[in-house]
Design a protein. Structure first.
Length: 398
């Protein structure tokens, strides 16, 4: 079930005369509604870092979403976009004393944690708050594993939440993150197993949490793997596994256990696309003796496509339909060799006659494109944004 380019995005790309990132707000709204239908009753808190654009946040808040913020800066942005402070949690386990002070002043009372050190700081600077403890996962099956930096063992989680209680905080929940662009339902099954075990250990300790946060990791549909084949994540199977997992968690922790999700990528990736252009197509003999075609694009790793080491985006070349294609390595416009899609090992088919200036459409890059961009490495600015209106709260944009 790979994702095709939506008609609104296609029309905007066709009309674009300059490079830009196009985000389809109505598409993002529909994606949110579809997720809410798949997992009824779950509270969705958008992981802001995937697309920290005010209008995106406003349209999600308008549909009832909350926000997973990772810093006081993100908290302020979510508040500015109209979110209620009760629907924002501080989801980053990494925070300084000052970060906690600032979040508390902004009104946030809901904090992720994974260590006794962090819990002590929260108790000191955000007294009386609610804390949920993140369990470590292996990240297996995900395109980006995210293991080790955040999360602790089940045993540690008991210690951390016990400490929280002693210090006057409310031990309110457990969380996981199964890794970004998670491609297997097994990862959620494994997470539910770990959560179940930890819930039992907490109960034995007299700690009853009120929610479980199943994190992010839900995949986008439109990516290709590094060799250019569609990734095709088993989304239906993933949702079925999550629904069964929620039922199991409620058996252990009580039917009124709340479920929180923190999707980032899944809500926005397939509803954004980039209009770039061809800088040059070349054919050169490498030192190895191999002759290689290289396609240099106006947009690369430093101005919107940071994630090209791990995924390929579908490229469309309007006006070049039925002609011969040649395998070409695709790269961005800078002179940095890191700015090369798939680390140069995975050529993709490119129409032979593309010429400098021809438009190129890059599909499914609504996630982590506006946020992971340099201020202007090599003089290539971040791409301007073109927002297609949502169905509610549509705003005029210059
Ligand atoms: C980045 C992040 C997310 C979102 O991850 P996706 O893979 O984009 O869904 C959710 N929760 C936390 C704590 C994160 O750091």
């Amino acid at each position: 079930m790979s994702m095709r380019l939506g008609s609104r995005l296609r029309a905007a790309l066709a009309a674009a005369e300059e490079d830009q990132i196009v985000l389809d707000l109505a598409g993002i709204e529909h994606q949110y509604e579809a997720l809410a239908r798949e997992l009824p009753g779950a509270r969705v808190r958008f992981a802001m870092k995937a697309c920290p654009v005010d209008d995106v946040l406003a349209c999600l808040a308008g549909r009832g979403a909350g926000f997973d913020a990772a810093s006081p800066g993100e908290i302020s942005q979510a508040l500015g976009a109209g979110a209620s402070v009760h629907d924002i949690h501080y989801g980053n386990t990494v925070k300084s004393d000052q970060n906690i002070v600032d979040a508390y002043r902004l009104g946030v009372r809901d904090f992720a944690t994974d260590s006794v050190e962090d819990v002590m700081a929260i108790a000191a600077h955000a007294p009386g708050s609610r804390v949920f403890c993140r369990l470590a996962t292996t990240g297996a099956g995900a395109v980006w594993g995210l293991s080790r930096k955040c999360g602790c063992s089940g045993e540690d989680a008991v210690r951390v939440l016990d400490t929280a209680r002693l210090l006057g905080l409310t031990p309110s929940g457990l969380s996981v993150h199964v890794g970004s662009q998670q491609m297997t339902a097994d990862a959620w099954q494994d997470a539910v197993d770990r959560l179940t075990e930890a819930l039992v250990a907490l109960r034995d300790r007299g700690i009853q949490v009120d929610h479980v946060n199943l994190g992010g990791g839900l995949p986008a549909l439109g990516y290709l793997d590094r060799s250019g084949r569609p990734l095709d994540p088993p989304l239906d199977e993933i949702f079925a596994t999550i629904r069964a997992g929620v039922a199991r968690l409620r058996q252990v922790a009580g039917a009124d256990l709340d479920i929180v999700l923190e999707p980032g990528r899944h809500l926005v990736a397939d509803h954004g696309a980039i209009r770039a252009h061809v800088v040059r197509m070349t054919a050169r003999r490498q030192l190895s003796g191999d002759r290689e075609h290289w396609l240099y694009l106006s947009c690369g790793k430093f101005n919107g496509l940071y994630e090209v080491d791990q995924v390929q985006y579908r490229l469309l070349f309007p006006g070049h339909h039925d002609e011969e294609h040649v395998p070409a390595v695709v790269a961005g416009p800078t002179c940095d060799s890191d700015d090369t899609f798939g680390a140069a090992r995975f050529p993709v088919p490119v129409p032979r006659s593309v010429a400098s200036g021809d438009p190129v459409w890059i599909v499914s890059c609504g996630a982590y494109s506006t946020s992971y961009t340099t201020v202007g490495f090599n003089g290539f600015s971040p791409l301007p944004l073109n927002l297609l209106p949502g169905e509610h709260r549509a705003k005029a944009h210059a």
